[in-house]
Ligand binder design. Sequence first.
Ligand code: SF4
Ligand code: SF4
Length: 142
Amino acid sequence: MYASRNLSKCTKDCLCLFVCPTGATNTETGQIDSSRCLDGCRLCVDACPSKAIFLVMDEYPEPAPKDAASASKMMDLCSSRFAQEKAAAAIAASSDEPGLKKLTEALRQSLRITAEDCAREAGFMLPQSEPVRALMEELESS
Ligand code: SF4
Ligand code: SF4
């Protein structure tokens, strides 16, 4: 296990530099030097006022294989959630009543989240950001 720093949260030059017994937190790049980290002793994690440091496992267990029947049920549920999302979006788009518009829009977003959870549970990776989408398209075309 080793410590890693989220640079976008780090407010720079403070407690982790003083508590780390090996100096692993004090580097030119701003990244923690994992080769000097003492198996995630977490002194820096607990000291950081910005919650910018987290621990990373050296190895992660293999995910359990997906049972085909359960994955298929999850995809059925996912499809029905997407159909419901479309219906909620249509109501939101056609309604002139602000309350109903807000409610159906909230419902649409909630249905999208549950549909995506079902797809993930069925074993699919979702391209939810441009970099991930670009990577998946690159993999598909190679
Ligand atoms: S977990 Fe411990 S050894 Fe590793 S960087 Fe943080 S304070 Fe240093
Ligand atoms: S203690 Fe947290 S905020 Fe301060 S320098 Fe370290 S990582 Fe950045």
